[in-house]
Write a protein that binds this ligand. Structure first.
Ligand SMILES: NC(=O)c1ccc[n+]([C@@H]2O[C@H](COP(=O)([O-])OP(=O)(O)OC[C@H]3O[C@@H](n4cnc5c(N)ncnc54)[C@H](O)[C@@H]3O)[C@@H](O)[C@H]2O)c1
Ligand SMILES: O=C(O)C[C@H](O)C(=O)O
Length: 308
């Protein structure tokens, strides 16, 4: 099956590389606006095929969407990343126009496509794709929770001084520095709640470091991260192409779930061949419910800046 990745920059190329390395897709088409850039990235990646042992065909195009026709999944990573000191929300002015334009081109050539939205501010960009694509809501999935949960597990393992494979945890709500909600009450080490092992101070540290995970990397790198974002997208693409029915927190259009409507926010969902197979409603503590509602209010304000 064909996967399109729009934006052959840091995240787009990383995501294409992970998809190819896992060898589950027939073809990956990279699209970029910069002349020759996607073609160059595709050629470079294809020259790793014999070294890394994959059969996925990777091609690139400068804006020719006819090459993306018939894509099962399209990933939107086109747009600018933040610089140190910026918030993701500050990117809306430039990225909204890019995401809208890209969405229209994708749907024109692949009317049944499932779109994974990565460009920031992601929850608002996912909402924009809903409002402009005409696609059913199960076919639009924002990527944030998969990455934030991976960062949560990294910080939990650090605090517990254990391998990451020992821990499990999930982050829901907004993909923003203040709106993320790491579900500490549900995080476990080998099935045992981490609350049994970690002091209040350590838990607060893990939560805060998880929430500012993207900002921390942006400060260190001078631009935002790409390896973990690329890997997170590849897991979602694989869940769709292989119909894994995997539970992944994703930014989805809510229609009453978690007390919210007409907004995209991170919630656990079953991801399979139809995209979103089901939104999973889990129990939250009163404090978690309040944080979820606060995150929704902030995202709604950012959504208010969109022009359709
Ligand atoms: N949701 C997440 O968890 C997450 C994670 C990492 C990055 N991001 C976001 O993803 C986006 C991309 O980040 P990056 O580090 O890859 O940036 P980048 O600058 O490395 O790559 C972006 C690419 O998009 C291309 N582009 C711009 N306009 C285009 C258009 N109209 N059509 C096609 N291509 C176009 C650029 O030429 C560039 O190559 C940013 O908005 C960033 O904030 C989100
Ligand atoms: O932090 C960013 O701006 C990029 C991305 O959303 C991330 O979390 O890495």
């Amino acid at each position: 099956m064909k996967v399109t990745v729009v934006g052959a920059g840091a995240v787009g190329a990383s995501c294409a590389e992970y998809i190819a390395m896992k060898n589950f897709a027939a073809e990956v088409v990279l699209v970029d606006i910069k002349e020759g850039f996607a073609e160059g990235k595709a050629m470079d990646l294809m020259q790793t095929a014999s070294l890394n042992g994959f059969d996925t065909k990777i091609t690139g195009t400068t804006g020719d969407y006819s090459k993306t026709a018939g894509s099962k999944v399209a990933v939107i990573t086109s747009g600018i990343p933040r610089k140190p000191g910026m918030t993701r929300e500050e990117l809306i002015g430039i990225n909204a126009g890019i995401v809208k334009d890209v969405t229209e081109n994708l749907v024109k050539h692949s009317p049944d496509v499932i779109i994974i939205v990565v460009s920031n501010p992601m929850d608002t960009m996912a909402y924009l794709v809903h409002k402009t694509s005409g696609l059913p809501k199960n076919q639009i999935i924002g990527m944030g929770g998969a990455l934030d949960s991976a960062r949560f597990k990294y910080r939990l393992a650090e605090a517990l001084e254990c391998p990451i494979s020992d821990v499990d945890g999930m982050v829901i709500a907004a993909h923003s520095d203040t709106g993320m909600l790491p579900l500490m009450s549900k995080a476990t080490r080998n099935g045992v709640p981490v609350t049994e092992f970690l002091s209040d101070e350590k838990r607060a540290y893990v939560e805060e470091e998880t929430k500012v995970g993207g900002a921390t990397l942006t400060k260190l790198l001078g631009t935002s991260a790409w390896y973990a974002p690329g890997a997170a997208v590849s897991v979602m693409v694989q869940a769709i192409l292989c119909d894994h029915k995997k539970m992944i927190p994703c930014s989805l259009m809510l229609d009453g779930e978690y007390g919210e409507s007409d907004i995209c926010l991170g919630v656990p969902a079953i991801i399979g061949a139809n995209g979103v197979e089901k939104i999973v409603e889990i129990s939250l503590t009163d404090a978690e419910k309040e944080k979820f509602a606060t995150a929704a209010k902030a995202v709604r304000e950012v959504n208010g800046d969109l022009k359709f």
